[in-house]
Write a protein that binds this ligand. Structure first.
Ligand code: C2E
Ligand code: CA
Ligand code: CA
Length: 744
């Protein structure tokens, strides 16, 4: 043991003095103890220093560690680069060089930013923060590789400290996110594109709607949530495209991956609108179609766009027929041509009968379909040179520009055309499973080289149409001058009729009804209109006008109240107290929902016996809803009120209805009575009415009996009640009273 060790021992012994075992040790024991302590100390220290500072590890050990580390780093799934405090390359792993496509380039000592030139300013700041000792951070870089291609990577930077205290960076290349970035980018582009003004729709491979954009919502009228999950077949319009069209379309999509063209699409309201549609298939990895994208645009094809603009300006979107504007344009041209070439042309104004009630009772969808069906039958029955247009609402117009130069031939041809169109419109059509028959009224006017302007022409057609409607609709009328005069008169009359009641110009006359002995059994109340300073106007003239203008409701009510008041006055006289008074009731009036109440209140206000009141109905009432008519009649019959079928034999006689109606009486129309003397046909009709009445146990009154011969014939056939000039004209209350008195 050398001096130094001996000294150490002394020092150590002093340190361990407090341990009695050590103090008691002899030198030999002590030396052994110190050796053990030394061994342990060195081992612990070596390990500590190895961990703390690799540099302190022996050169051999260091080489070993380095080799392992290097092996590990080179094979790590992540590229690693070591940079100095100036961001210069100190080391880069093989993986890094590969990933950055910089193998073979001498990068050591070069700046990181020189090798990757387009690092963003933000990322440079992150690097600096790290080098200033802040903790690790990560981000993404868009890299332009030396070969010019570009991609995205995700990286992470961590600080490391040099032996001299300077801080450098370790950058880990954590992930190539080029694919993800591209997808994101495409998604962003797609979502911006999805905001476009073109309608867009995305479906799966079966046509189930997955997404639509706002523009598509506008085009289709649906909200996105109403469409998602539905099939695109809801847009189909069978009126314009048959099954083959859609089959060809999808065949093109499935073989070529796309289709483009003009289609008529049905929107939410059921209207079909033209759109320019391009469909593209989205392919999955295996090449099969996974999705379809449909773009509905207005502008893809400039010719198409132009066509569409013209279409909007000149065509009716529902029926695709020319609209009023285009029609007027063509009519002008036709007039000019007709006058130049001395030929005839014609305008047919067509109005669907009772279109409003179709709309009201069956819905606007049905109304639209009726309009489309009418358009279709016009289209298919016209020559190419003719124009069918929709003026709006339920009004259509047909322009026949050339009917030749011979007036007679022109009229003949026009008659055929009008007849064909009229018939074709009234052909029953199947609308959503309902068989519907449309009828129309048609007003026609001709034009030639002498004809006035377009407006006059349309007015003439309108007047003719008015006549067709007045004639009971479902008919065709031609314009002539007499019509025009009639029309003007009608308008004036309507205006004065409106004020007639207030001015006390209306009155009731009473025409006697007698039995076979000539005894007055009752009377018919007949309206008279005596405008101040004018001749009395016949109800045959003003009643149809009152019906058309809706005035018949109040006029009829006035007449009924007047009749009840008359019955009241008659009830106070012995000679008249049993007379039955008949009152004419218009079909319009009868159908009014408050009719029953109105009659009841008229009866009770006058305080009369309802059995003396008879209501004369006409067969036109049986044209609609006979059950409702029977219902109303039954309610009033309960009160004792009687019913008579007026003008029997002239109208719509259906025996089956007649049997069901709770009637008391038939009135043979005066037109049959008039010609009894010489018309065998009329006599046959009268005979059959009488035998019918006998079967149904109804009374019969013959109207318009003017001669003894007529009365005798009627009596011989079994008709016992008469009304006519033979017994008395319609008389004022006073004159009627005198007549009754004189007969007594
Ligand atoms: P109507 O109900 O057929 O009435 C009978 C018509 O025949 C009356 O014409 C009457 O004056 C006429 N007449 C009666 N006897 C004879 C005759 O022997 N020979 C000829 N040639 N005619 C005869 P009026 O009074 O001009 O009434 C015409 C029509 O006006 C009535 O025909 C009826 O349909 C309608 N009307 C009259 N008053 C009313 C009313 O208060 N309400 C309604 N809704 N219609 C009425
Ligand atoms: Ca009558
Ligand atoms: Ca009559």
């Amino acid at each position: 043991m050398g001096f130094e060790i001996k000294n150490q021992h002394r020092l150590l012994k002093r340190q361990f003095r407090s341990f009695p075992e050590i103090a008691a040790m002899n030198d030999e024991h002590w030396l052994a103890f110190v050796n053990v302590v030394n061994e342990t100390y060195h081992q612990v220290d070596r390990e500590r220093r190895l961990l703390e500072n690799a540099v302190e590890v022996t050169a051999q050990e260091l080489t070993g560690v380095n080799k392992q580390l290097q092996l590990f780093i080179e094979n790590a799934p992540t590229g690693i680069v070591m940079l100095d405090s100036q961001m210069r390359y100190l080391y880069a792993s093989r993986r890094w060089l590969e990933d950055r496509k910089i193998e073979g380039i001498d990068i050591i000592g070069k700046s990181y930013y020189e090798i990757s030139p387009n690092i963003s300013e933000e990322n440079k700041r992150l690097h600096q923060k790290c080098l200033l000792g802040e903790s690790a951070c990560c981000n993404e870089d868009r890299i332009i590789y030396p070969d010019g291609s570009c991609g995205w990577i995700r990286w992470e930077i961590r600080p490391w400290m040099h032996s001299d205290g300077a801080v450098g960076g370790l950058i880990f290349f954590s992930e190539d996110i080029t694919i993800r970035k591209k997808a994101e980018e495409e998604l962003r582009i797609a979502s911006v594109a999805f905001q476009s003004s073109d309608g867009m729709i995305v479906t799966d491979h079966l046509g189930t709607i997955l997404r639509v954009n706002t523009a598509f919502e506008k085009i289709s009228g649906y909200l996105a949530e109403e469409l998602v999950g539905k099939n695109t077949s809801i847009f189909k319009s069978v009126e314009y495209h048959d099954e083959a069209f859609y089959r060809n379309l999808w065949e093109a999509v499935s073989t070529e991956g796309k289709w483009e063209g003009s289609v008529w699409n049905r929107n939410k309201e059921g209207r079909t609108v033209p759109v320019w549609l391009s469909i593209s298939a989205v392919k999955g990895e295996d090449g099969t179609h996974t999705h379809y994208i449909g773009i509905y645009s207005n502008t893809s094809d400039p010719r198409e766009a132009e066509r569409k603009i013209l279409e909007l300006a000149y065509y009716d979107p529902l029926t695709n027929l020319p609209n009023r504007r285009l029609l007027l344009d063509r009519l002008n041209q036709a007039r000019i041509a007709a006058s130049r070439n001395h030929v005839y042309g014609a305008v047919l104004l067509i109005d669907i009968d009772r279109f409003k009630s179709i709309n009201d009772t069956r819905g606007h969808d049905m109304g639209d379909q009726v309009l489309m069906a009418v358009a279709q039958s016009l289209r298919s029955n016209l020559r190419e040179m003719d124009t069918a247009a929709r003026l709006g609402g339920d009004e259509f117009i047909v322009l026949i520009p050339d009917l030749g130069s011979n007036a007679e031939n022109a009229m003949h041809a026009l008659n055929l055309i009008a007849d064909k169109l009229h018939k074709s419109i009234s052909e029953p059509v199947n609308l959503n499973g309902i068989i519907h028959t449309t009828t129309a009224s048609v007003g026609i006017t001709l034009f030639s080289d002498k004809t006035q302007g377009t407006n006059e022409l349309l007015k003439e057609a309108d007047l003719a149409l008015y006549q067709a409607k007045a004639a009971g609709r479902n008919t065709v009328r031609f314009f002539n001058d007499a019509m025009h005069i009639q029309f003007t008169e009608k308008i004036t009359m309507e205006a004065s009729l409106k004020r007639a009641m207030d001015k006390g110009e209306l009155s009731l006359m009473y025409q006697p009804q007698v039995d076979q002995l000539g005894k007055v059994i009752g009377a018919e109340a007949l309206l008279r209109w005596s405008p101040v300073d004018l001749e009395v106007i016949s109800p045959d003239i003003f009643i149809p006008i009152a019906e058309e203008a809706g005035l018949i409701i109040s006029i009829g009510e006035w007449a009924l109240k007047g009749a009840c008041a008359q019955l009241r006055r008659w009830s106070q006289d012995e000679g008249t107290q049993n007379l039955v008074l008949s009152v004419n009731i218009s079909a319009k009036q009868f159908r009014k929902e408050n009719f029953i109440e109105m009659v009841k209140s008229a009866v009770s206000a006058a305080g009369i016996n309802p059995k003396l009141l008879k209501l004369e109905l006409t067969e036109s009432l049986l044209l609609e809803d006979v059950d409702a008519v029977i219902g109303t009649m039954n309610v009033l019959r309960e009160l004792g009120i009687k019913f008579s079928m007026d003008d029997f034999g002239t109208g719509y006689s259906s025996l089956s209805y007649l049997k069901r109606l709770p009637l008391d009486e038939l009135k043979i129309d005066k037109s049959f009575v008039l010609d009894i003397a010489w018309d065998e046909g009329d006599r046959a009709i009268i005979r059959s009415i009488l035998s019918l009445a006998q079967t149904l146990k109804l009374d019969v009154v013959a109207e318009g009996v003017e001669t003894i011969e007529q009365r005798d014939y009627l009596l011989a056939e079994g008709c016992c009640f008469y009304q006519g000039y033979l017994y008395g004209k319609p008389l004022s209350e006073e004159n009627f009273q005198s007549l009754v008195n004189s007969l007594q």
